[in-house]
Design a protein around this ligand. Structure first.
Ligand code: PGA
Length: 256
């Protein structure tokens, strides 16, 4: 059984006050919850505060973006080395917000994936189709293309120390999650697609679902065999909802 992983993606939300409140609540609520890895990815300027607030807990840190360069004259950018230095573990790559608002293409995302791994951090690769692509029956084709961007440039081995997050764009921030069966079918496709090259890697690969996961739908999603946790947006901004999602993951994947 794979150990599930739940990551909270705060996006452009938060403050020093909110970080203090949420980390305090999460530490308490998750103290007794075993069997699920957890991370929060607040905006980068709060990472140091988060690291201090979470010292001694099992809650890890994530970042929402990284530059492709490690250092140099790149005004406004943050490098993988810096994220490592500040204590981040998981780096979200290729989120649809970045693909859409910052025009990040598959090539740039592959470079980010590579630089994150080069410093020993774990890329969380977001893939997923738009509403239109979904309606046109192109979901698997789009996911395969986004996976190929990594597989064809970095090789199957690159997938080994990574996490995949299937996030259908039509489900993100809409309150309308994919159904457990819809998501399971794409997750299985992703696992099988990579397994063509190396089945050993995929049996251990964490494939998260993301898109309107909340305390109500989490258990049914996690009951599916290929859904190994979640990348959570808005529900990660409320400690009680986020802890309920983590608890649901731990319960669903419990080794009996
Ligand atoms: P959501 O966001 O949970 O608010 O839908 C998920 C994500 O974008 O990672």
């Amino acid at each position: 059984m794979r150990r599930p992983l739940v990551i909270g993606n705060w996006k452009l939300n938060g403050s020093t006050h909110m970080l203090k409140e949420i980390t305090t609540s999460l530490r308490n609520a998750l103290k007794m919850v075993e069997g699920c890895s957890v991370a929060i990815a607040p905006p980068v300027m709060y990472l140091d505060q988060a690291r201090r607030a979470l010292t001694g807990s099992e809650i890890a840190l994530g970042a929402q973006n990284v530059d492709i360069k490690l250092s140099g004259a790149f005004t406004g950018d943050i490098s993988a080395d810096m994220l490592k230095d500040i204590g981040a573990k998981y780096i979200i790559i290729g989120h649809s917000d970045r693909r859409i608002y910052h025009k990040e293409n598959d090539e740039a995302i592959a470079k980010k994936f590579s630089v994150v791994q080069s410093v020993g951090l774990i890329p969380v690769l977001c893939i997923g189709e738009t509403k239109r692509e979904n309606e046109d029956g192109k979901t698997k084709e789009v996911c395969a293309r986004q996976l190929d961007a990594i597989l064809n440039t970095l090789g199957t081995i690159a997938i080994k120390n990574s996490v995949i997050a299937y996030e259908p764009l039509w489900a993100i921030g809409t309150g309308k999650s994919a159904t457990p069966l819809q998501a399971q079918s794409v997750h299985k496709f992703i696992r099988d697609y990579i397994a063509q090259y190396d089945a050993n890697i995929t049996s251990k690969l964490i494939i998260q679902y993301g898109g309107s996961v909340n305390d109500k739908n989490a258990a049914a999603l996690f009951a599916q065999p290929d859904i190994d946790g979640a990348l959570v947006g808005s529900a990660s901004l409320k400690a009680d909802l986020f802890s309920a999602i983590v608890t649901a993951a731990a319960k669903a994947k419990k080794v009996i």
